[in-house]
Design a protein around this ligand. Structure first.
Ligand SMILES: [Cu+2]
Length: 386
């Protein structure tokens, strides 16, 4: 790829009248690009990839915060390979850790690829495709060097590490930037093929929330990913909910809260299917934060909903006060496409009372769908309720 292959000619820009000497200036820019590429100056150039990009987005002079992220192989689900991101290799999960940023913040994430080569080879659909994992994010700003794709050369070969930079750009009325606050997600874009389809299918994804100062803070946050084969967080039926009634530990397969706690959901669609996200007993505002702020103008024009369409790549989020007005109980959370919920795309939000106990009369729960646990053929991870 030559350096000029993707250069938009200035003469093609309608708003810019042709000026004397502009072609000379262009030549100088190209020459400078070549020199920088040869020198590999300051991480500004990626030799060999044909990409010339700044290391960080405009507005991010240096990272405000740095974190380590590990991509590892997890125990198989039946015959399905499972991968996960974790803040440590030992705590990797699918979905991966929920990332939280404040608008204006610049975050450096160093991804360590600890997935065995043999596993990546098994997931590869084309022998010519390079082996690696990556980190691709939705909603916030990043340069080509943090795109997490093969074509930009921004992935992590086995055993190696790479730092990705995300910038939660602020709203700017002068430039017209709408800001980046909202509910987003991140995922692999490399495992198996150029779109990371195998990496996504194996579990390399997670939620991201970007807040503005003054946004409501939740007591706990759950990321719920609706996917193919009637899956929630890549599980189906009973495997979506492994909460221990005596000692429920919040996690990807245990959505639990005390009455009155502010519970935040980050809802993400992956795969190829359309879904609708429905939560029993609770409703939310269809806004950026999912709540109607105090004194917010036009509050009556904000739709209040308890069901929302979700396509592949979509994400949204909201907060509810657990059990508000309706009390403790096992509140269903499911896809409302009937053949999806019947197929096992259904789990529970367990709302305990203020003391953390499920009051009498609510101590039994069962899943309407008795489909084989998990999405793997062997149904590993199946568990019994009651
Ligand atoms: Cu569905």
């Amino acid at each position: 790829m030559s350096a000029s292959a993707w250069r938009l000619s200035q003469d093609d820009t309608a708003a810019e009248p042709p000026r004397h000497g502009s072609s000379t200036r262009r030549m100088l820019v190209v020459a400078a690009t070549v020199v920088l590429t040869l020198l590999g100056a300051g991480g500004l150039a990626v030799a060999g990839s044909g990409v010339f990009s700044a290391e960080r987005p405009e507005g991010c002079t240096k990272p405000d915060r740095s974190i380590q992220l590990y991509a590892v192989e997890l125990p198989k689900d039946g015959t399905q390979i499972r991968l996960g991101y974790g803040l440590t290799p030992q705590t990797a999960s699918y979905p991966g850790p929920t990332m939280e940023m404040m608008e204006g913040e610049c975050l450096a994430i160093t991804l360590h690829n600890q997935v065995p080569v043999a596993t990546l080879e098994q997931l590869r659909t084309d022998p010519a495709h390079p082996l690696g994992v990556s980190l691709h994010v939705h909603g916030v700003k990043y340069t080509q060097l943090s795109d997490g794709t093969v074509q930009s050369g921004s992935f992590v070969p086995p055993g190696q590490s790479r730092t990705y930079t995300w910038f939660a750009q602020q709203r700017n009325n002068r430039t017209g930037s709408p800001g980046t606050a909202g509910y987003w997600w991140y995922h692999d874009h490399v495992v198996g093929g150029p779109h990371g389809t195998q990496g996504l299918g194996a579990g390399l994804f997670g939620g991201l929330v970007v807040r503005r100062p003054g946004d409501p803070k939740p007591d706990r946050t759950y990321t719920v990913v609706f996917g193919d084969r009637q899956s929630i967080n890549l599980r189906r039926g009973a495997a979506t909910d492994t909460c221990d009634a005596q000692n429920p530990q919040p996690g990807p397969t245990c959505l639990v809260a005390r009455k009155g706690e502010k519970v935040e959901f980050i809802v993400v669609g992956i795969g190829n299917d359309m879904h609708t996200f429905h939560l029993h007993g609770h409703s939310w505002a269809d806004t950026r934060t999912g709540v109607v702020g105090n004194g917010q103008p036009f509050a009556d024009s904000v739709p209040i909903i308890d069901n929302k369409p979700l396509g592949p790549g979509d994400s949204f989020g909201f907060q509810v006060a657990a059990g508000d007005s309706v009390g403790p109980g096992h509140w269903m959370l499911h896809c409302h496409m009937q053949f999806h919920s019947d197929g096992g795309m259904s789990t529970m939000l367990h709302v305990l009372d203020e003391s953390g106990a499920m009051p009498p009369g609510h101590d039994q729960h069962s899943h309407p769908a008795t489909a084989a646990a998990g999405t793997g053929a062997g149904g590993a991870g199946e568990h019994q309720h009651n």
